[in-house]
Design a protein around this ligand. Structure first.
Ligand code: HEM
Length: 393
């Protein structure tokens, strides 16, 4: 058995390991570029991942035959859609959404189980993500539950790599969006003044944007929101439950939160990997890769590379933010990052303000999500609210 085969097995095992992040660390130190049948070429090093991100001509995003706007596009088409999407996440949009989102966060903390252990991912993180997403896009509350179910089904089908189920789930999502679009078209000038209506009024090369493009854009935003925000929230709460000194510091100095959140999510990455395909033969870290071959960029390893970050587990609030690949880099860097940062800051602020302490539950252990999902499948948490000074207990 050669070393590549052993490593290839290790990659597979890491995907199902109880602690995949540590498994990726070990592989990165032994062999930073791994080839295997399932993930093809996997890049573990920060430098190699950044080189790919900065060369979109050689490393294409057109990895699927399905339309995916803008995720699956290359230049010049990608540039047109990015220009259309980015203003939806600009400063004035974020400023307008902040008080709405703050109220959602505060209400959820008020409604949450206090002083008793509960499952945090389904009982808090996913609820916040879906409420924030619907409020941001102007979607009705009646969509909360169907969207929650949809994310669950999408997650399971992705894990099982069940193509049939995935295409049925895509059709189901299309149905929700097309209903929203029809309602707005029927309402004409009385359509609600929200982001979904604004998106419908966009043009591409002087022509009205197609329904197919709208559905795809909204699907990608929904996956970004519902999948990633919930995963990030689980990671943040788990980390602070285990690091009480930092939790205490952030409770009394919320100004430290933005940098702390990005750093915790570097240490424990919520997004595991993204894909690319080569448009021409190329050499990556000494490995010859033919045109048309697939690559996996392993964020969960690159963002912990000791060559850039020293000790990967060391929490530092003063790192160079440009090195952190949490939201990617290059032309496909996350356009939703301002929204994600806003939502995560507000919910963490409210959670810290509304509790005296949060701790890991004692009746069950956290369960890591399996590749390609990041974060936790389940996370027992206790939100402690002390009503007296504590001197009598
Ligand atoms: C919550 C945490 C989030 C994380 C960690 C995250 C991370 C990322 C990363 C690393 C990429 C780059 C992927 C690549 O290069 O292949 C990306 C792309 C993207 N993200 Fe996010 N994201 C988050 C939230 C969001 C949200 C809230 C939205 C929208 C509402 C969003 C929409 C997108 C879109 C549309 C792309 C594709 C951009 C393109 O291809 O040009 N993401 N995200």
């Amino acid at each position: 058995m050669n070393d590549t085969t052993t490593l290839s097995n290790a990659v597979q095992q890491a995907s199902v390991s109880k602690d995949p992040i540590t498994a990726y660390d070990q592989i990165r130190q032994r062999c930073p570029v791994v080839h295997d049948e399932r993930l093809h070429w996997t890049l573990f090093k920060h430098e190699d991942v950044v080189n790919v991100l900065n060369d979109p001509q050689t490393f294409s995003n057109a990895v699927s035959r399905h339309v995916s706007v803008p995720n699956g596009m290359d230049q010049p088409e990608h540039t047109i859609y990015r220009a259309l999407i980015e203003p939806f996440f600009n400063e004035s949009r974020m400023a307008a959404f902040e008080p709405v989102c703050q109220e959602i966060a505060a209400e959820l903390v008020r409604q949450s189980h206090q002083n008793q252990e509960f499952e945090f991912i389904s009982g808090f993180a996913q609820i916040y993500a879906v409420r924030a997403q619907c409020a941001f896009l102007g979607w009705p509350e009646s969509l909360h539950e169907p969207l929650n179910q949809w994310v669950r089904k999408n997650h399971q089908a992705t894990l099982a790599q069940d193509r049939q189920a995935l295409s049925e789930i895509a059709v189901e999502f299309d149905g929700y969006i097309r209903t929203l679009l029809e309602e707005r078209r029927k309402a004409g000038t009385h359509a609600p003044d929200d982001l979904t209506t604004a998106l419908m009024l966009e043009t591409v090369n002087g022509q009205p944007i197609s329904d197919e493009a709208i559905v795809s854009i909204l699907r990608n935003w929904t996956v970004g929101e519902l999948g990633s925000i919930a995963a990030c929230l689980g990671i943040l709460v788990n980390y602070l439950a285990k690091n009480l000194k930092l939790q205490h510091q952030l409770r009394y100095k919320p100004k430290l939160l933005p940098a702390a959140i990005d750093e915790i999510l570097r240490i424990h990455p919520p997004l595991i990997a993204s894909r690319r395909v080569t448009t021409q033969a190329v050499t990556v870290a000494g490995h010859h890769i033919e045109a048309g071959e697939r690559l996996t960029l392993l964020w969960a390893s690159a963002n912990r590379d000791e060559a850039v970050f020293g000790k990967p587990d060391e929490f530092r609030n003063d790192r160079d933010p440009s090195q952190n690949l949490l939201y990617g880099a290059g032309i496909h860097a996350c356009p939703g990052a301002p929204l994600a940062r806003l939502e995560l800051r507000l919910i963490m602020q409210e959670l810290l303000k509304g509790t005296s302490r949060f701790a890991l539950g004692e009746n069950a252990a956290p369960v890591h999500a399996m590749y390609p999902a990041g974060g936790f499948d389940s996370l027992p948490i206790k939100l402690v609210m002390e009503t007296c000074c504590g001197a009598c207990s």
